[in-house]
Design a protein around this ligand. Structure first.
Ligand code: AMP
Ligand code: FES
Ligand code: ZN
Ligand code: ZN
Length: 318
């Protein structure tokens, strides 16, 4: 197996590029894919202060590494979700990554700062854990960025993540979600700009990036997400990709280029009607925003251990 660029020994084969790459040229390819996404979608400007949301997993640590490597000013934000050992371990990976490189990591612990955790929030609000988790993360990304004076929040969503969400939204023809499924969301009053610079790179490529760059990351998936619909869509798309390399990228990237512009009138957004949450000041159509309602319910609920909310735990409990 030889590198397409230098003919030296290759470390990875990338069927969708119909080529193999050595470590040096693989790193170059990933950097160029990020630069292309950043440029094509006007994601970042050289002077931006970026807040990278890091989970301790491969994608977000790779993203932080790539952005710093490309010369951007990027701090990290880690949210301690209180999902048992999974959260304790993932914080360790994020913290060690930051310390080893002298980078700045802001840590928010849900339990100590807001009086709840995700298993308890899921039980208290009767939401599926990923929904309570998503609402919490979105709010805290926004508020931490606004308070810290950052220009933009960057998350580690990769091509597999975005293609799986697109697949789910297409199966149900969720037109409004489809119209909003863009790799850049511009800033609007009360909300920072949000970008996903890894949309041109796959999960496998990000795992390889971490190996090549010596980045330790948490390999386990969140125990509360095991068996969810999203993972099923990823498996389906991987089966299609195996048969026909490049399908995943063309499904997602052609959607963004050709289809999303046709849907731009269907975003359902009417930001002019948003007022301010009477408790936290965030933009909301209601008096109190859904995050503040979730905090109220969850912090009054007795703490629920993570085992009760995982799929296997729920089955055992029946
Ligand atoms: P997920 O929603 O778990 O697929 O994660 C998507 C992206 O959200 C990751 O790539 C990170 O950028 C960010 N993220 C996930 N979990 C956390 C966390 N606990 N703290 C900060 N950012 C996170
Ligand atoms: Fe959010 Fe698992 S990380 S529910
Ligand atoms: Zn090479
Ligand atoms: Zn609020």
């Amino acid at each position: 197996m030889k590198c397409r660029v230098c003919r030296g020994p290759a470390i990875i084969d990338l069927a969708r590029h119909n080529a193999n790459f050595c470590a040096e040229h693989f790193v170059q390819l990933c950097r160029r894919q990020v630069e292309k996404a950043v440029k094509d979608f006007s994601m970042l400007w050289p002077e931006d202060r970026i807040l990278v949301a890091v989970s301790g997993g491969k994608d977000s640590l790779a993203l932080w590494d790539i952005l710093v490597d490309l010369g951007y000013r990027a701090d990290g934000l880690y949210i301690g979700l209180g999902i048992g050992e999974y959260s304790d371990e993932s914080l360790g990976y994020a913290q060690r990554f930051a310390d080893a490189r002298g980078l700045n990591l802001r840590v928010i612990s849900l339990r100590s700062e807001l009086g709840y955790d995700i298993p308890t929030a899921a039980a208290a609000t009767r939401r599926v854990p990923c929904s309570a988790c998503g609402l919490t993360k979105r709010h805290l990304f926004d508020s931490a960025a606004m308070e810290g004076g950052y220009d933009v929040v960057a998350t580690g969503h990769n091509l597999d993540d975005e293609a799986a969400v697109l697949f789910g939204n297409t199966l149900r023809w969720e037109i409004e979600y489809l119209a909003r499924q863009l790799p850049v969301l511009p800033a609007r009053p009360g909300f920072p700009k949000k970008v996903k610079p890894l949309v041109r790179l796959t999960e496998r490529e990000m795992a390889a990036w971490c190996i090549v760059r010596n980045i330790d990351y948490i390999v386990e998936e969140c125990p509360m997400a095991v068996g969810n619909r999203h993972l099923g869509y990823k498996n389906t798309l991987n089966a299609i990709e195996e048969q026909s390399p490049g399908s995943k990228a063309s499904f997602y990237l052609n959607f963004i280029e050709r289809m999303a512009p046709l849907l731009s009138d269907h975003t359902g957004a009417s930001h002019d009607e948003l007022g301010e949450c009477s408790r936290c000041g965030s933009p909301t159509p209601n008096e109190v925003c859904s995050f503040c309602l979730l905090v109220e319910k969850s912090s009054q609920h007795e703490a629920v251990p993570v085992e009760f909310m995982t799929k296997s735990g729920r089955k055992r409990g029946r």
